[in-house]
Structures are given as C-alpha cells and as structure tokens.
Design a protein around this ligand. Structure first.
Ligand code: 2AL
Length: 245
C-alpha cells in the first residue's frame, strides 16, 4: 500500500520530521512517500499562506493519481485544499486536523487543541465547526511559536507547548490534547508521558486511519460533490491545472 504524505509547506526539514512520525506508525507493507511542493510558502500560518499552498499541494495529488497512490495525508493542521484534493483523488484523502480531532473523540469526551500562533486559532475553530466536534472541542489555544521555530532547538518550543497543555488540562475540562501543527509530531510521545493524558499527533492519526480505510476497501465517493471537477478551460498561468474530460 502506498500512502503519499504531503507537507503543503516547502520546508524539507519539516517534511523529514513528519515522514519519521508517519513511518513510525505505518503498518507492515505500507510505503509512506513523503513530499513537499516545490512552490509555495515556507510555513503555513494564516489564510493567505493556506490559499497559496493549495496549488502545490493539488499538483502533488495529481502526480500521485498518475502513479497509482492508494491514499493521501495532508500534513498541515489547517487541512488546506482537503475537499479539492478529494475531488481529484480516487483513494481516501485525510487531513491531519480532521484525523486528530476524530481520534481524540475516541479516547476522551473533550479535547483542547494547542497550536502555534494566535492568528491560526480561528482556522482550527472553523474546522471544529466543519467537522461537527464543537461539543467535544473545549478550546483552541495558541503557544505563540511560529511554525519554523519548532525546529529551532534554542526556541524553548517544548517548554511553551507543555505549559499551554497544562493550562488546558487545568482550565478547559479536557481529557486529551490535540497538537495543532504537523511540526509538533516529534513532541507527541514526550508530552503524553509528561502530562499523563492522551496527546494526539494528527500525522500519526491520519496515516493510521488512511491505512485502515484502504484496508476496508474504501475510496473517496464520486457521487455528489467529491465527483471529479467538471472539465473546462482554465485561463492564463493556471491553464495547466484544468481537468481533462
Ligand atoms: C501548520 C502546519 O501544520 N504546518 C504549517 O506550516 N503550519 N499549522 C499551524 N497551525 O501553524
């Protein structure tokens, strides 16, 4: 089974970190193909970054479809381009935010999300509503760490995230923590040990769930709005992105 893991930002060191987390949980016989687009933002920390990341991401799905990939994981917590990717993919496409929130609901009655910058909080809150987990998500909290600072060993990121998780457990009535950035994947086990509650990394959750869906023989429904996009001309720079009949 081939799972294509797409980091929609263009920072290869983060792609490598995410790939390690994915391969640690993938079952035997699962090949995780980790990539990031060539074009796009170095990190995704707002609506504009998200919108600009989608073309590169969708290009990677297009290439995956041409080479027979079984399932995709979009490894950014805003789940950018998820519905569009599902329109052009045959197999399942999972976003790490959706996978993490659904996993949290299996192990706790309530969870809080600990993410990066405050400006990304509303993005996660919109997803909470979209995925119908408003009754389970107690809060979305920011640690005020920029995405690329997660990779800087001098940034104190772990301590700040740990402190925010402790606040969540003390004040939010939550039983689990969802990590709000793919770049936090390597912190998950340490946080879980230290906090003594389930801490969910969406990369691991999405890879395991994608694998399970493929094993169940499930593909993306082509009945209704996830049907292939209608063939039509795309003008100018975007002409190569037009879907053929
Ligand atoms: C993310 C993420 O997962 N990757 C990225 O570049 N930005 N999410 C976030 N909340 O900052």
């Amino acid at each position: 089974m081939r799972i294509k893991l797409i980091n929609p930002n263009t920072t290869p060191s983060m792609t490598a970190l995410i790939a390690e987390a994915a391969r640690a949980v993938a079952g035997p016989g699962v090949v995780v193909e980790a990539v990031n687009p060539e074009h796009g933002p170095a990190s995704i920390e707002g609506h504009y970054d998200e919108a600009m990341s989608c073309l590169g991401l969708l290009d990677e799905v297009r290439k995956g479809e041409a080479s027979g990939v079984d399932a995709y994981v979009i490894a950014c917590f805003g789940d950018p381009g998820l519905d569009a990717a599902r329109e052009i993919a045959r197999g399942p496409v999972l976003g790490i935010a959706e996978a993490a929130m659904r996993a949290a609901c299996f192990v706790a009655t309530g969870f809080s999300v600990v993410t990066t910058l405050s400006r990304t909080v509303v993005i996660a809150e919109h997803l909470v509503h979209k995925y119908g987990v408003s009754g389970q998500c107690r809060a979305v909290r920011a640690s005020e760490i920029p995405v690329l600072e997660l990779e800087n060993p001098d940034s104190d990121a772990y301590r700040k995230i740990l402190a925010e998780c402790r606040q969540a457990l003390a004040l939010d009535r939550c039983g689990a923590i969802v990590l709000g950035c793919a770049g936090m994947a390597d912190l998950c086990q340490r946080l879980s040990r230290e906090l003594g509650v389930p801490v969910i990394d969406g990369v691991a959750a999405a890879v395991v769930m994608a694998e399970a869906l493929v094993r169940m023989g499930l593909a993306t429904s082509k009945h209704g709005d996830y049907a292939r996009p209608l063939p039509k001309a795309y003008a100018g720079l975007l002409a190569p992105y037009a879907v053929q009949a």
